[in-house]
Every structure is written in structure tokens, then in C-alpha cells.
Design a protein around this ligand. Sequence first.
Ligand SMILES: Cc1cc2nc3c(=O)[nH]c(=O)nc-3n(C[C@H](O)[C@H](O)[C@H](O)COP(=O)(O)OP(=O)(O)OC[C@H]3O[C@@H](n4cnc5c(N)ncnc54)[C@H](O)[C@@H]3O)c2cc1C
Length: 360
Amino acid sequence: MLDHGPVTARKLRISGGGRCNFTHLEATARDYASENPAFATSALARFTPWDAVGLLAELGLGYEEKNPGQLFCDLGAPALARRLEQACIQAGVQIHPRTRIRHAERQANHYLVRTDKGDMTCDSLVLALGGPSWPDAGATDLGLTLASGFGLRVIPPRPALVPLVLPPKDQTMCRELAGVSLPVELETNGLCIRDDMLFTHKGISGPAVLRLSLHWTKGHAVSLNLLPGLDLEAHLREHRTARTKLKKHLASLIPARVAATLLPAELSSAPLCQLSNAGIRDVVQRLQRMERVPARTEGLARAEVTAGGVDTRAVSSKTMECRELPGLFLIGELLDVTGDLGGYNLQWAWSSAHAAAQYV
Ligand SMILES: Cc1cc2nc3c(=O)[nH]c(=O)nc-3n(C[C@H](O)[C@H](O)[C@H](O)COP(=O)(O)OP(=O)(O)OC[C@H]3O[C@@H](n4cnc5c(N)ncnc54)[C@H](O)[C@@H]3O)c2cc1C
């Protein structure tokens, strides 16, 4: 096992904010974005989320279910990484940290890997090099470069599970609302996500936005409903007899800073009994039908995963081996299989690794 980092599995060690959301119990191929949507089915069926739970148990680790289906390692991500590493060593794996891979090629019936510590040869070569997102944890685009060198098609990598940056005209709003978190419903490209959202100094983040970013494409508007599940227009009409100021009434429904920032002062200071029909529609428009076209994502530096990657049509879904290059296996995030937020990406890493391990 060659890795240029000082330790192995640096992304795993920081996953889930250090708590490692190692699987999602409901994971199926439908939870992954890919040009070849059925590709993940076979590997996921042969190493399921419960197999991941079993793997942790074998390593002496338990789990906690934080949100429905989302399982976190009870002793945290670094403990899981250390125990996986120990299990590999016990199984005879030689680990070579601080070893930078320069190049790999097929020679007759074996593979040659050139590193800064010298050349190595092998019968089976497994590329588990991930994607270029989150370079602070050692990510590079080497996997994609090597795959291209082997003649494999690469679907252009793009940041996913990443915060979105709003355009310059929204920057004042972002600064005023930075740090505010609330449940929302977001819509883009016909997709609707209900989860928590966080305003940042530059735009929007939090689970709802990270999940949306997997499907958002540049230039498309995002519709934000900051009061999901409430018919706000009917609600305000119902309370139109009250003398309470709108902002005071809204404070029981939404963080006060949100209403203060998004509603004009004269509207939010008006008593409910003085709201006109047009005023009510204006409030609904601003709080439940806010449309924004994000300027960009926060990029690969802040993306939890890389979408795109090596086109899986060149790879066997049973073995993870390249059809045209016997002995060359590709697994994990390097492939064009990108999971939703919630443990799906590590589940794919386990399942695809397990599939390949039966055949290397
Ligand atoms: C901050 C953060 C939090 C995350 N949290 C979760 C979570 O809770 N749950 C979840 O399911 N997913 C999570 N993910 C995603 C998940 O960590 C990845 O999808 C998963 O680690 C991919 O596994 P992999 O083995 O394919 O690649 P990686 O884990 O990226 O491993 C690739 C390895 O290749 C090595 N490498 C790269 N370039 C070179 C080179 N030139 N020479 C030698 N070695 C090289 C790297 O050092 C690295 O160890 C998170 C990601 C991030 C960034």
C-alpha cells in the first residue's frame, strides 16, 4: 500500500467532523450520481451497510445512529483508521507512507509503478487514489491522470457536497446572516431537498446545501423556502386580527435575524392587523419563494467529494477490474460514483474495495 501522506487514510480520519459517518443503512445505487446509475448495485449488494457494521465490530468498534440510518463510529474516525491499518498489517500488508507515486504503466503481464522511493512491480494494481477534492487531506488528481494514461475515459471532476457562494449583490445579506442555521426546503433542476441550511459569510452551506450541490449546475437558480411545511399566506391571513408586530409574530417561526434582514423595516414593524393582501404576498415571496442564482461553489478545496471521475463503463461492476486491462482495478471515489451526504461515500469505498479484494 503506497500513500504519499505521512499516515494512511487521511480523509477517513477527518470524515464526519472526526466522528466518521461510515455508512447509511438505506444505501442503494439510487443514492449515487453517476453516468452509469446501475453500476454500484452489485458491489453494494455484496458488501452492505450491515457488513460495514460487521467490519467495525470485528475491529472492536461500535456505532451510534445520529440521524435515521446515518451511522457514526463510536470511538471516532481516527480510531477506525488506526484499527483498519493494524488489521492490514496483521494480514501481511506492507504500508509505505510518504511514498509519492509518479507514474504507472502496464508492461507485458505486470504493472510497473514509479515512485520517489524507487520502482515496484505487481500483478494486480488497485488505484484507490480518490478524487482531487479537499487537498488539505492529501487529495490529488493523480488517480485521474493515471487512468487517462491507461486510456480510460475521465468524466470531468467537479466539486460536490460543497457550500455555494452567492453573487456580489447578496454579500451584505450573507454577512448579516452568517452563522444562522434553520430548516429549509431548497429546489433546483426539479430536485427538492428539505434539511438544515447555514448562512455563511459568502453564501449558503449546511446539509441541505451540500446535498443540493451534488445536483446543482452553474447558471441554475435555487429556490429557497425558509419556512418549509407552512402555508405562510394562510397563516398570516388567519392572524390578521392581532395587533402584534409582524417581526414579533415571525420570531416564533423563524430566527429573528432572518426576518429583520430579509423584510423591509416598515413591513416587519407593521402590526398583523394592518397587513394588506399585497403585504402578505410580499412576505411570502421573500421568505418562502426566494430565488438566487449562486455564483459558484466554494470549489474543490472545500468539497467533501469529487463528482465525475473514471467512466465506470470501462470497469466490471462485479470485480472493479478494467475490462481491457487485466489486473488493473479502480475503486472508491476515483470512479464516477458519487454518493449523497450521510455515509454513502464511505459505504461505496468499502463496497467497491470489497468487490475488488475478491479478485486481485
Ligand atoms: C472533510 C470530509 C469529510 C467527509 N466525511 C464523510 C463522512 O462522514 N461519510 C462519508 O461517507 N464520506 C465522507 N467523506 C468522503 C469520504 O471521505 C471519501 O469519499 C472517501 O475517503 C473516498 O475513499 P477513497 O479510498 O476512494 O479515497 P481517499 O480516501 O481520498 O484516499 C486516497 C488516498 O490516495 C492518496 N494519494 C493521493 N495522491 C497520491 C499520490 N500522488 N501518491 C501517493 N498517494 C496519493 C491520498 O493520500 C489518500 O490516502 C468526507 C470527505 C471529506 C473531505
